[in-house]
Design a protein around this ligand. Structure first.
Ligand code: COI
Length: 361
C-alpha cells in the first residue's frame, strides 16, 4: 500500500450557515471490503473513485478559485492488542481552529472536530473498513506500517470575487495509507524555492503552502533526490522545513536541533512529540536557527518528521555544488531509536504513559 487515496465510504460534512455548524455523515456506494477486494481491478477502482465525487457542492468557490483553505492530517493506528487509536487528535483540533482563524474563517469547534474524526473512523470500521495490526511492521520500526489516514479540510462556499470564506464547509475523509516516503535512498536537495515568507501563511496548515512543495519536490525527484529542503526567505541561509514536514538535525555534539517556530514554520504535532520524547531520553534539544553551513558540517543524523513522514532519515543534503553525507549514508541509531519510541507508542507496542492515544474501537 502506498500513500494513495482510496476513500472509505463514510465521510463527514458540515457547513457554517446561519451562525452555526450543521454536520452530517454521508455514506457513499460500497460493498463489503471482501467483496470489493474480489472485484476486477477496473471496477474496484471505479467504485473507490466514485466515493470522492460530490455533485451537490459548489464548483466555483473560494478554494477552487483562489486556494483559500486549510487542512489537517492525523492517523488512526491499528493497535498491537487490537482496535484502532488516534494519536493526539486534540492537538490537530486546536491547530485546525487556529488555521481557520488565521484564514479569517469561523473556527471549527474543537469538540466537534474530536467527534467528527472519531465517529468517521468508527462508522467506517463498523462497515468493515479498517485495518489490523501486523507484527511484520516491527521489523523496520514501522517505516512501512499501514494506518487509517484522516484528512479534515475546509472548502469555500460558492463565489467568484477574491473574498474571505465566511460559510466554509468542513469535511473529514479517511483512507488507508502506508509509507509516505519510500524506504531506502533518501538524498535531499536544498531548493531555491521559498515555502513561506514572514507575515505570510507558513504557520497555518494552508492548502496554498503546498503548491510550492509540489513544485520543489518534483524538481528534486526529477534530479534524482527523494526530498527537498527549504531555506528561509530573508537571509537565505537558515533551514526551515522539508517539502511537507519538519526537520531535525542530530549533531555530532549530541544536541538535537530543529528550527524554532515562527510565522514561517508549521507547528508539527509529530515535531512537538519528538522534542518531548527526546528530552525524556535526556537529550539536549534546541529549537533554534540552524544555518545550512552548520547543518552540513556538524550533522551526524538528519530526519524529517510529520504525520505522514513519521521520522524518515535524510542521509545526505546537497546545497549548490556541495553534498554532505550523514552517517556514511545509513540511517543512524538515534533516528531508529526515536522512531521506535514514537511509533511504538502510536501502535500500542509501548505504554502510552502520556495519554496521547484516543481509542476509537
Ligand atoms: C501530514 O503529515 O499529514 C501532512 O499533512 C503532510 C501531507 C502534505 C502529506
Amino acid at each position: 500500500m502506498a500513500f494513495a487515496l482510496n476513500t472509505y465510504p463514510i465521510t463527514y460534512r458540515s457547513q457554517f450557515t446561519d451562525g452555526k455548524w450543521s454536520g452530517e455523515y454521508l455514506e457513499k456506494p460500497h460493498k463489503t471490503p471482501e467483496e470489493e477486494a474480489a472485484m476486477n481491478a477496473d471496477d474496484r477502482v471505479r467504485l473507490e473513485n466514485s466515493r470522492n465525487y460530490y455533485d451537490d457542492m459548489p464548483l466555483v468557490n473560494y478554494t477552487s478559485q483562489y486556494g483559500l483553505a486549510c487542512f489537517e492530517g492525523l492517523k488512526a493506528l491499528p493497535q498491537k492488542n487490537g482496535g484502532l487509536a488516534i494519536f493526539r487528535p486534540d492537538q490537530n483540533a486546536a491547530r485546525f481552529a487556529r488555521s481557520m482563524t488565521g484564514l479569517c474563517m469561523p473556527p471549527f469547534p474543537e469538540e466537534l472536530f474530536m467527534e467528527a474524526v472519531t465517529e468517521t473512523v468508527k462508522r467506517n470500521a463498523q462497515l468493515g473498513f479498517t485495518l489490523k495490526y501486523n507484527s511484520d511492521w516491527e521489523k523496520d520500526s514501522y517505516m512501512t506500517a499501514d494506518s487509517v489516514y484522516i484528512r479534515p479540510f475546509t472548502m469555500g462556499e460558492g463565489g467568484i470575487g477574491v473574498n474571505l470564506s465566511i460559510e466554509p464547509y468542513v469535511m473529514v475523509i479517511t483512507t488507508p495509507v502506508s509509507a509516505y516516503f519510500k524506504p531506502g535512498r533518501s538524498d535531499a536537495l536544498v531548493t531555491d524555492k521559498i515555502r513561506a515568507t514572514p507575515n505570510g501563511t507558513g504557520w497555518i496548515k494552508a492548502c496554498s503552502n503546498y503548491v510550492i512543495s509540489a513544485l520543489a519536490k518534483s524538481e528534486a525527484l526529477k534530479a534524482g533526490y527523494m526530498e527537498c529542503v527549504y531555506l528561509d526567505a530573508t537571509d537565505r541561509k537558515y533551514i526551515e522545513e522539508g517539502s511537507s514536514c519538519n526537520i531535525f538535525f542530530y549533531l555530532k555534539s549530541g544536541e538535537l536541533v530543529t528550527p524554532e517556530l515562527g510565522d514561517t514554520i508549521l507547528p508539527g504535532i509529530t515535531r512537538a512529540s519528538i522534542i518531548e520524547l527526546s528530552r525524556d531520553k535526556g537529550l539536549k534539544v534546541s529549537e533554534r536557527k540552524i544555518s545550512i553551513d552548520e547543518a552540513m558540517e556538524e550533522t551526524k543524523e538528519c530526519f524529517v518528521s510529520g504525520t505522514a513522514a513519521g521520522a524518515t532519515p535524510l542521509t545526505s543534503l546537497t546545497y549548490k555544488d556541495k553534498k554532505a553525507v550523514f552517517n556514511d549514508g545509513n540511517e543512524g541509531d538515534f533516528t531508529v531509536d526515536i522512531r521506535d519510541t514514537i511509533k511504538g507508542i502510536q501502535y500500542g507496542k509501548l505504554p502510552d504513559t502520556k495519554g496521547w492515544l484516543v481509542q476509537v474501537i
